[in-house]
Design a protein around this ligand. Structure first.
Ligand code: 39S
Ligand code: ZN
Length: 757
C-alpha cells in the first residue's frame, strides 16, 4: 500500500477561530486555558480532517509561527525576553509581538524581526543568534501535541525544522558565523529525536527547504555533517524540501544518510526522474504531487500518467503528499456556498486536496478501474476549465499581443518631466505625504461588513465612506500635509479590492490564509483573462480631490503586487497574467489622469518578494515585472507625477531594476535601518525623487520631531535635498488615529524646520 502523508495543515481554522482566540487573549479578554481549549479543538478537528492519511503531521499547529516554535523548542530565546515574568506563553508572545512599557511590566521589549517565508506571503519570526547563544531542549509543546494525537488514534509524524535550515533562516546579531553554532545545536536535535523515539515515533519529517536555494560549500558541508551526526538516532528521518528545484543540491539531498526524501514534484517536476535515479535503494521517496501553493484541482489522470511508471519502479518506497505544507491554502471549499458553481468546480482547498491524494493512492494501489467515479468527476472538472469560454477572452489576447516597448515609455526623461511637474504642483522643499491608507477603524470594517451582507444599502454605504474620506482629508489639511490621500476606507485589502472589481477574478468568503500571527489575507483567485469592466477608484478619488485645493494622490496597486498576492492561473506563465493586469491598471491610471488627478501612486509592495529563490533566475523575472509596471504607469503625460511605494527594504541587489521603473517618486521603508538603506540609492546614483520613511508604522511608538529631522539629515547626506520627500514607512491602516495624528504632526513640523521655516 502506498503511504500518504501531509507536510502541514492550516492552523488558523476555517472560521479563523485561532485568530479570534489569539486576539482576545492579547487583549486580556480570554484566559490562557481557554486559548488552549480552542487550540486543542482545532488540532482535533484538523487531525480528523486528515484521517484518510497514513501519517498525519504533528507539531505543525502553532500559536503564532512554526519557526518561533522551533526557537523555543531549542531553547533559543533572545536574551531580552529570557527571565521576563509570566509563563512560557507570555514570553513566547513577547518575542512574537514585542511589549510596550506599561505598569505590569517595567520595560519595553522589541519584537523579533519578521520576514518572508521563502517566496510566500507568510512571515516568520527570525531566529536570533550571537556569540552567547546556547541551545537547550524544551520539548514540552511537541510532546503534548504528540500525546493528544496518540489519544485520538492518529498515526503521528512529528514535523520539525531541520538544523541547517534553522540556522539558515536566522540572523547573527554580531555578524558571527551561524554555522559555527551547528556543533552546539546537533546534540539538542539528537536529544529531541531520542525522546520522540521513546514515545514510539517511527518517522519524523525534518524540513530542510534551504536545499532549494543557492548554497556555498560551507552550507553544503553543514548538511552532510549534520545528518551524519544524527544518523544514530533511533527514528527514521524524512528530509523535506519544497518550493523549488534542488538543482546542484540534488545529489547532496539524495545522498544524505537518512531514511527518506520529500521532493516538491510541482515546482521541481523536471527533477523527479533524476531523483528517482539517484536515490539509494533503501530510501523512501515522497513526491509532493498536489500543489500546496494554489487552489486548482489537480489533473489526476495526467498525474497518474507519469506517476504509474514511478510507482512501478519504486513500489512501496513511493510515498505521496501535497507539494508543501497546506498552510498556504484555505481550509475547506465546502464553505464557499456563494461562489459561482462552475468556477468552484475547478477548485480544491486543503480538505479537497487531501481527497485528491487519496484518489491517487487508491488508483496506484488498486488500478484506475477501482476509482472510476472520482477520476471521472475530476476529468469533467478539468475539461470544463480547459474549455470554458470564461477563461479565454480574444480581446485580451489581442491587447497583450499588441504591446510594444513604446507602451512602457514616458514621453520625456525625468529631468524634463520634473520641470513641468514643479510648475503644476507648486510643492515646497521636503514635500510631506503619506503612503495611502489611514486607520481602519472598527466602524469602517462594520460598514463594509453590513454592505457585503446587504443590510446596508449602496447609497448609505457610499455616504458613510464619503464621510470617512472627508474626515481623512480634513485631518490632513489640519496637519498641513502637502500631498493628500483619500485614506483607502473602501478597501478591505489592497489586492483583494482590485480582484473583486476585475473580470477574470473570483473571490471567496472564507478563503483565509495566515500571513503572520493572527493576520490573514483572502487572496483573490485569478482564473481567466483580465479585463477592467469599469473604473475602479475614480469616483472615490475625484470626490476626495473635490474637498481640497491641495494635490490629492490617486492610489492604486500595481500589477506585480496584485499577481504576487493572488492565487494565479497555472495554465499560462505568470508573466502573461501580469501583463494583462498591467493593461487593466494602465486604463485606470489614464482614467484618473483624465478626471484631473495630477499625482498617481502605484504600489509595488510585493515586487521584491516575487524574486525567484535563486539569484540566477532573478533577471528574467525582473525583466517582465518591471515591464509590467512601466506599462501600467507610463501612459500618462509629462505633467502627471507617478509615485510608487515599496516596503520591506533591502534594495541593494535590485536597485538598478527599481531605477528602470522610472517612477517620478518612490517611497520606501527606511526608518528602522536609520537611513542606511539609502546607501544603495546613493551608490547607484538613483536618478529620481525618494521619500525615505521616517515613521516606523509597525510600532506603536510616536516619533519625535527631532528624531525625524535627524533622520532626514542623514538622508540628505546621501541624496540631494531637492529630491527628498518626507513620509511614513508604509500605510497607516493598522494604527489608530490617536497614534497617527501626533506622529504626522511631528513629520510636518520636522519638514518645516528642514525648510528653515
Ligand atoms: N494581501 C496582502 N498581503 C500583505 C499585506 C497586505 O496589506 N495585503 N501586507 C503585508 C503584511 N501582511 C498583512 C496581512 C493581513 C493584514 C490584515 O490586517 N488582515 C486583516 C484582514 C483584512 C481584511 O480583509 N479585512 C476585511 C474583513 C474584516 C473582517 O474580519 N470582518 C469581520 C467583521 C468586522 C469586524 O468587526 O472587525 C467579519 O467578516 O466577520 C475588511 O476589512 O473588510 C486581519 O487579518 O484581521 C495586515 C498585514 C504583507 N502581505
Ligand atoms: Zn508598504
Amino acid at each position: 500500500m502506498i503511504t500518504t502523508h501531509n507536510l502541514g495543515f492550516p492552523r488558523i481554522g476555517a472560521r479563523r477561530e485561532l485568530k479570534f482566540a489569539q486576539e482576545a487573549f492579547w487583549k486580556g479578554e480570554l484566559q490562557a486555558e481557554d486559548l488552549n481549549i480552542t487550540s486543542a479543538d482545532l488540532r482535533r478537528r484538523h487531525w480528523s480532517q486528515q484521517s484518510s492519511l497514513t501519517l498525519a503531521p504533528v507539531g505543525d499547529f502553532s500559536y503564532y509561527d512554526q519557526v518561533l516554535d522551533m526557537s523555543f523548542t531549542l531553547g533559543n530565546l533572545p536574551a531580552r525576553a529570557q527571565d521576563t515574568d509570566g509563563t512560557d506563553l507570555d514570553r513566547y508572545f513577547r518575542v512574537a509581538r514585542g511589549q510596550s512599557a506599561n505598569d505590569t511590566a517595567c520595560c519595553a521589549i522589541h519584537a523579533g524581526e519578521m520576514t518572508k517565508w521563502f517566496d510566500t506571503n507568510y512571515h516568520y519570526i527570525v531566529p536570533e543568534f550571537d556569540r552567547e547563544t546556547r541551545f537547550q531542549l524544551n520539548p514540552a509543546r511537541l510532546l503534548e501535541q504528540l500525546a493528544e494525537a496518540k489519544a485520538q488514534g492518529v498515526k503521528a509524524k512529528p514535523v520539525i525544522i531541520g538544523p541547517v535550515t534553522y540556522l539558515w533562516l536566522g540572523k547573527a546579531n554580531d555578524d558571527g558565523d551561524r554555522l559555527a553554532l551547528l556543533d552546539d545545536l546537533l546534540p539538542v536535535y539528537a536529544e529531541l529525536l531520542n525522546l520522540l523515539a521513546e514515545q514510539g515515533v517511527d518517522w519524523v519529517q525534518i524540513d530542510e527547504p534551504a536545499l532549494v536555494t543557492e548554497l556555498n560549500g560551507d552550507w553544503r558541508h553543514a548538511f552532510n555533517f549534520a545528518y551524519h551526526q544524527l544518523k544514530a538516532c533511533p527514528v527514521k528521518l524524512l528530509v523535506a524540501t519544497y518550493f523549488g528545484e534542488l538543482r546542484d543540491n540534488l545529489q547532496l539531498a539524495c545522498e544524505l544518510p537518512v531514511a527518506g526524501l520529500h521532493l516538491d514534484a510541482i515546482s521541481a517536476a523536471g527533477e523527479v526522474s533524476r531523483v528517482t535515479d539517484w536515490l539509494p535503494a533503501h530510501k523512501v521517496l515522497s513526491l509532493g504531487v498536489i500543489n500546496g501553493r494554489n487552489v486548482w484541482k489537480t489533473d489526476l489522470e495526467a498525474t497518474l500518467d507519469w506517476l504509474e511508471p514511478v510507482h512501478e519502479r519504486l513500489g512501496e518506497r513511493l510515498w505521496l503528499a501535497p507539494s508543501c505544507s497546506l498552510l498556504h491554502v484555505p481550509v475547506d471549499l465546502a464553505s464557499e456556498t456563494a461562489m459561482d458553481p462552475e468556477i468552484r468546480s475547478w477548485l480544491a482547498f486543503a480538505v479537497q486536496k487531501l481527497d485528491e491524494l487519496q484518489t491517487l493512492a487508491n488508483a496506484l494501489d488498486h488500478g484506475r478501474a477501482a476509482t472510476v467515479e472520482p477520476l471521472a468527476q475530476n476529468t469533467l472538472a478539468i475539461a470544463s476549465r480547459k474549455n470554458s469560454t470564461r477563461v479565454h477572452n480574444p480581446d485580451v489576447t489581442h491587447a497583450v499581443a499588441a504591446i510594444t516597448p513604446e507602451l512602457g515609455k514616458r514621453r520625456s526623461p525625468y529631468t524634463e518631466r520634473l520641470k513641468l511637474q514643479k510648475l503644476h504642483l507648486n510643492l515646497p522643499a521636503y514635500p510631506t505625504t503619506t503612503i495611502g491608507s489611514f486607520p481602519q477603524t472598527r466602524d469602517i470594517r462594520q460598514t463594509r461588513l453590513q454592505y457585503r451582507k446587504g443590510t446596508l444599502s449602496e447609497r448609505e454605504y457610499t455616504t458613510r465612506i464619503r464621510e470617512e474620506i472627508a474626515r481623512c482629508v480634513q485631518e490632513q489639511e489640519t496637519l498641513g500635509l502637502d500631498v493628500l490621500v483619500h485614506g483607502e476606507a473602501e478597501r478591505n485589502d489592497m489586492v483583494e479590492y482590485f480582484g473583486e472589481q476585475l473580470d477574470g477574478y473570483v473571490f471567496s468568503q472564507f478563503g483565509w490564509v495566515q500571513s503572520y500571527g493572527s493576520r490573514c489575507v483572502k487572496p483573490p483567485i485569478l482564473f481567466g483573462d483580465i479585463q477592467r469592466p469599469q473604473a475602479m477608484t475614480v469616483d472615490w478619488i475625484r470626490y476626495a480631490q473635490s474637498l481640497t485645493d491641495k494635490p490629492l494622490k490617486g492610489m492604486l496597486t500595481g500589477p506585480v503586487t496584485i499577481l504576487n498576492w493572488s492565487f494565479v492561473r497555472d495554465d499560462q506563465p505568470r508573466k502573461d497574467s501580469c501583463l494583462q493586469l498591467a493593461l487593466a491598471i494602465r486604463e485606470e491610471v489614464l482614467d484618473l489622469e483624465q478626471s484631473g488627478v495630477r499625482i498617481i501612486q502605484i504600489d509595488e509592495a510585493a515586487l521584491r518578494e516575487g524574486l525567484p529563490l535563486r539569484q540566477s533566475d532573478w533577471q528574467s523575472y525582473l525583466d517582465w515585472a518591471i515591464e509590467a509596471f512601466r506599462i501600467s504607469a507610463n501612459g500618462v503625460s509629462d505633467e502627471t507625477q507617478i509615485h510608487t511605494h515599496m516596503c520591506y527594504s533591502e534594495f541593494n541587489d535590485i536597485i538598478e531594476a527599481i531605477a528602470r521603473m522610472d517612477a517620478d517618486v518612490i517611497t520606501i521603508e527606511t526608518s528602522r535601518s536609520n537611513m542606511e538603506l539609502l546607501d544603495a540609492f546613493k551608490g547607484f546614483q538613483y536618478p529620481n525623487d525618494i521619500g525615505p520613511g521616517v515613521y516606523d508604522i509597525h510600532s506603536p511608538n510616536i516619533p519625535e520631531k527631532q528624531h525625524i529631522v535627524s533622520l532626514m539629515q542623514k538622508a540628505a547626506e546621501r541624496i540631494p535635498t531637492e529630491r527628498l520627500w518626507v513620509n511614513p514607512d508604509c500605510g497607516l491602516k493598522t494604527r489608530s488615529w490617536d497614534e497617527v495624528i501626533p506622529a504626522l504632526q511631528g513629520m510636518v513640523d520636522a519638514a518645516r524646520e528642514l525648510r528653515g521655516g
